[in-house]
Design a protein around this ligand. Structure first.
Ligand code: ACO
Ligand code: LMR
Length: 264
């Protein structure tokens, strides 16, 4: 029989050996002929399956809504400063991406983890939030620097509206809203933020689409796929900010002394 040399790499998402590349077994020509979009490509390469249209549309909406949030946020600020230091596109991009984490844009996976655990254990919002407080952990997906009860995040409203119309169930998102109602009794800016909205809604997508086993949902949440949505989306804006600075021929950035409190 055939003797197979042991391989050093195992790969299961794509194959470039045939006449045309395949994503999760789907040839490139079908992707184009079927009018697939970037949501379908993400479904194939991240989840290794074709998802129903409302799911791929939801993924695309997440990408569009998170593509940028102005020049003042951590990521864009870093990319702008890096561009003004004369660095190349990739350096500007990764400098911005490196700010994505538990406080900024990278709270989606933890929001999904904590909301799922609290909902599945039937904790009331009060029990959930207070238990987090006891542990000294801020609730991921809650809170914003500039958004508040009277100036809610439009992106969150748009995601909720889409999901309420198209998802079979939005139980995790409704739970996150109940948590928000409770945290808003503590402070005005403790709104459900875009990370919390995506985290809770993706749980609904995973659990309600009938496309994933319970074990697969647990694995996706445990590994942490969902921050990838923000990373991918915000790369669009960070690249845009880099081009903008270069187009404007902006000089080296130096922060003004007046804006630093020099103290001992
Ligand atoms: N859960 C519980 N309490 C909170 C939370 C939260 N998520 N956020 C703020 N608070 C409370 C705390 O008591 C905090 O005091 P502490 O510093 O002693 O913990 C107090 O509010 C004051 O916090 P603020 O100054 O209002 O918060 P800040 O403006 O510094 O932070 C931030 C905003 C970083 C978003 C914060 O709310 C947070 O850490 N949220 C959780 C992480 C998260 O979801 N990040 C994603 C934001 S959306 C995005 O980046 C795209
Ligand atoms: C963002 O999308 O970058 C934000 O929600 C963070 C911010 O402070 O605006």
């Amino acid at each position: 029989g055939k003797v197979r040399a042991p391989t050093h790499i195992i790969s299961t998402i794509s194959d470039d050996r045939g006449e045309e590349p395949c994503y999760a077994g789907v040839p490139m020509s079908s992707i184009i002929e079927n009018g697939y979009g970037v949501g379908d490509v993400i479904s194939l390469l991240w989840f290794k399956r074709s998802l129903p249209r409302y799911c791929t549309q939801f993924i695309e909406i997440c990408i569009m809504l998170c593509a940028d949030h102005g020049p003042c946020v951590s990521g864009a600020h870093n990319s702008i400063v890096t561009a003004r230091a004369g660095k190349d596109l990739v350096s500007c991009l990764v400098s911005g991406l490196l700010t994505i984490g538990p406080r900024f844009g990278g709270a989606i996976d933890d929001a999904a983890r904590y909301f799922k655990d609290a909902f599945d254990r039937s904790l009331t919002p009060y029990e959930f939030v207070e238990s987090m407080k006891k542990k000294g952990i801020r609730v991921p997906g809650i809170g914003h620097r500039i958004k508040n009860r009277d100036n809610k995040d439009k992106r969150v409203e748009l995601l909720q509206k889409f999901a309420r119309t198209h998802f079979p169930s939005v139980k995790y998102m409704e739970y996150a809203v109940e948590v928000e109602n409770y945290t808003l009794t503590k402070a005005n800016n403790l709104v459900l933020n875009v990370d919390g909205a995506i985290g809770s809604l993706f749980l609904d997508l995973l659990a309600g689409s009938g496309m994933f086993t319970k074990q697969e949902v647990d694995e996706i949440v445990e590994i942490g796929y969902l921050n990838g949505l923000f990373v991918l989306a915000r790369s669009i804006g960070l690249i845009g900010h880099t081009f903008d600075q270069k187009r404007l021929k902006q000089p080296l950035y130096r922060h003004p002394w007046e804006d630093v409190l020099y103290t001992k």
